[in-house]
Ligand binder design. Structure first.
Ligand code: SF4
Length: 329
């Protein structure tokens, strides 16, 4: 994929955004930015089995389930947009890196759909090596879409504020839920389970739904580690590790530390095979004391039956424990 230059995407009117991976972290920012530039955003439909299987067929076996699913989303948009938006996310600074998959994603998409005439609109956030912050990346992207520097700055500011508002609303709603749980004492209080997963698993109705739905059916209240205040969680993560390189994993671990006293149990969910999670989940299992932890991996083959059985057993054990039963943490 060539490097985008000023005005390269000026003719693009319909921007396709796969509803997967970092869409679940930055979706509001992306949609607002393109809306401010007067573009129509076309989102892929929520994940379903067909999209996941299409992505799997397009991917090499070694890819994780989340990135395989992304390709299914990307393919579903090819005929309904002028260009796909696929940012390259390297890092937001030192110790704030993204999984390498996110840096390579524009090339992966361009090469996978090379024969189908795909256009990829991209930008690079790499504050360490490339000295390009997320803001710089979007200002440059605005230029590629034909916006003046002033228009690009205005679009960036609106987009950033919209994303910050959305993040604050999610964190605020979760705080209120935690407060209402704390106010409900005794046997009537539902289990408060912290789901620790990348946002594109936790909030994807098909991938994360295979864990969240059974937990909720069993009467548990699910809280999301990725909805804790990102800055506070990131800061807290340095008490856990000074060297961990990935920003999202840092925020998830920081959220466990922040919420530890306010939750009953932890469910870790990873996509198979995830490099960052294989390290951090192991560290969490070894180092986080005093809370039962269930570690689940989602892959394309296993389906949901095995997951449901493990979740049911976990919740049964927790209820015995809560009643003062035979398990002692
Ligand atoms: S962090 Fe894990 S699940 Fe996410 S893209 Fe990277 S390998 Fe895949």
């Amino acid at each position: 994929m060539g490097i985008l230059k000023q005005g390269d995407c000026a003719d693009v009117q319909r921007v396709g955004i796969p509803r997967a991976l970092l869409y679940y972290r930055y979706g509001t920012l992306w949609e607002t930015f393109f809306g401010e530039l007067g573009r129509e955003v076309v989102l892929s439909r929520p994940t379903d089995r067909a999209l996941m299987e299409a992505g799997e067929a397009l991917s090499v076996d070694e890819c994780c389930l989340a990135s395989k699913t992304y390709l299914g989303h990307a393919e579903s948009l090819l005929d309904s947009c002028d260009a796909l938006f696929v940012p390259s996310m390297g890092n937001l600074g030192r110790r704030k890196g993204f999984c390498t998959k996110f840096q390579a994603l524009p090339d992966l998409v361009a090469n996978t759909f090379r024969d189908r005439g795909v256009r990829v609109a991209s930008c690079l956030a790499d504050a360490v090596e490339g000295r390009s912050s997320l803001r710089d990346a979007f200002l440059e992207l605005g230029g590629c879409f034909g916006a003046s520097p002033h228009e690009a700055k205005r679009a960036w500011r609106s987009a950033l504020h919209a994303q910050e508002r959305a993040d604050r609303a999610a964190a605020g709603a979760q705080e209120r839920l935690l407060a209402s749980l704390a106010a409900t004492q005794g046997a009537g209080r539902p289990l408060a389970i912290l789901l620790v997963a990348h946002p594109y698993l936790a909030h994807d109705p098909y991938l994360g739904g295979s864990v969240v739905d059974p937990l909720e059916r069993l009467g548990a209240t699910v809280l999301y580690a990725d909805e804790a205040d990102h800055e506070r969680a990131l800061k807290a993560s340095f008490d856990f590790s000074a060297t961990m390189p990935w920003v999202v994993n840092r925020e998830l671990i920081g959220a466990i530390l922040l919420l530890h006293e306010r939750i009953d149990d932890i469910v870790l969910v990873s996509a198979f095979p995830c490099g960052p999670d294989s390290m951090t989940d192991d560290a969490i299992m070894r180092c986080i004391q005093g809370k039962p932890i269930l570690n689940l991996t989602i892959d394309a083959q296993s389906g949901t039956a095995g997951l449901e059985t493990r979740i049911e057993s976990f919740v049964d054990i927790l209820r015995y424990q809560k009643k003062g039963g035979y398990v002692h943490g």
